[in-house]
Each structure stands twice: as structure tokens, then as C-alpha cells.
Design a protein around this ligand. Sequence first.
Ligand SMILES: Cc1ncc(COP(=O)(O)O)c(C=O)c1O
Length: 237
Amino acid sequence: LGYAGGTSFVIPCESVGCKRDEITLIRNATESNSYIANGIDLKPGDEVLMTDQEHPGGLQPWRLRAKRYGVAVKTVTLPKPVRNASQVLNLFNDAIGDRTRVIFFSHITTVTGVALLPRSCAVARSKNVLSAVDGVHVIGMMRLNLQEIGCDMYSSSPHKWLQAPKGSGFLYVRDEVIDRMWNTMATEGWNEPNLRAERFQRVDSSNVPALWGLLATINLANEIGIDRIERPIVDVS
Ligand SMILES: Cc1ncc(COP(=O)(O)O)c(C=O)c1O
């Protein structure tokens, strides 16, 4: 059944503002970003808009899609430093064009550590553009509320700040978008809509112990209190 599909494995999703049905447990953010880049229907010439500060694990899945299927990857250049949220919002707003189908950006970038505010997702939604967020540097470091962010997809690697075992990533897909996404791996259940996001984690044999490690680190972070972890980090940054 792959990564804990069909077991009693419980991930406390309420604390990140989503339903269990919207979360897929896979290996890491690179894998999640690849599922996103492979999974959305795009025609040659359709555009994906991203920032110039994306990690290779976020950028390269789109480059592959571009090379193989003729999708265009367009980049907005973030100011260094970003002075306020409106700067980024305006950049995305101005760069979204008739062919833009997806915006992809890091919640916190790996290059400068700037936190890109989620209002960009609302701008995208208002223009009928999907938003996908790479959230590697958020889980375990600051409070996350996927509903407030309003993105369509969100990927993460909790081994970073949560100190979860490597190989225990997740992909969030908003319920309304799940049926639009193709699977990348296929075994029993790949095309079964009732499984919701669990259909993406049907990868057969996999590293289930890593998920128990993930659960332990979530429980530990909740015990300490995510606000208590976040406060000093935001203070020093
Ligand atoms: C923003 C961002 N995305 C993706 C990745 C890739 O993470 P992983 O190797 O766990 O897939 C990293 C790793 O540093 C990252 O910083």
C-alpha cells in the first residue's frame, strides 16, 4: 500500500489547517514537486511562473517537463532584499499572463531565507492560475496554516526543521484540485478518486519506519509548542 496507506497511521493534520484526505506521504519535497510538475495537464506553450530563488528540487522537475513537453518556465527576479510583501505581490501580478497556468514559489527561499507571503496564492486564484508552494523551510520552524495560505499544492521535507527521518516528505493537494492531478507512480488505486490524496502515496513497498519517525517528531514539536520554537527564530532573523 505504499507509505502508510490503509494503515492506522495518524498524522495530526488539523494543526496545519488541512484534512487528512488532502495529504500524501511520500519521500521528500523533490518527489512532491515532481508529482506536481508531472501531474497537471499543460499544453505546449503554457507557462509556469516561479522565482529566481528556487531550489533545484523545485526548479528541475519543471525544467524536465519543459524539455519534454514544451512548457515554458518563466522567472521573476526577487529584489535582494525584499522590502515588503507588496513588492513580491506586484511582481507576480505583473508577470502572470494569458498563458500562465501555474505559479510555483518557496514559502521561505533557500537562497536568502525570505518568507514569501501567501497573498500571491490569492492573486493566482483570482486569475484562474494554480499555485504550488515549496514549503521545505517551514514545517517544524514556524506555524503553518494551509487553509490561510490558500495554495492548491504544498510540498515539504520535514527532515529539515522538524528533524524527521530523511525520506518522510509530504505533498498537500487542496481537495478541489485532487481530481485534476494525474498520478506519477501507478499501482492498484492510482485512478481511484475516492482515495483522495492517498492515491498519490500508493507506491507499494516503502520506508514505513521513516513515517513513524515523522510522527514522533510531530508529537515532540507539538509538545514543545510551535510558537515557542518559532519566536526566537523570527527574532534573530
Ligand atoms: C526550498 C527547498 N526545496 C526543496 C529542497 C529539496 O529537499 P529534499 O532533498 O528533501 O527533497 C530543499 C533542500 O534544501 C529546499 O531548500
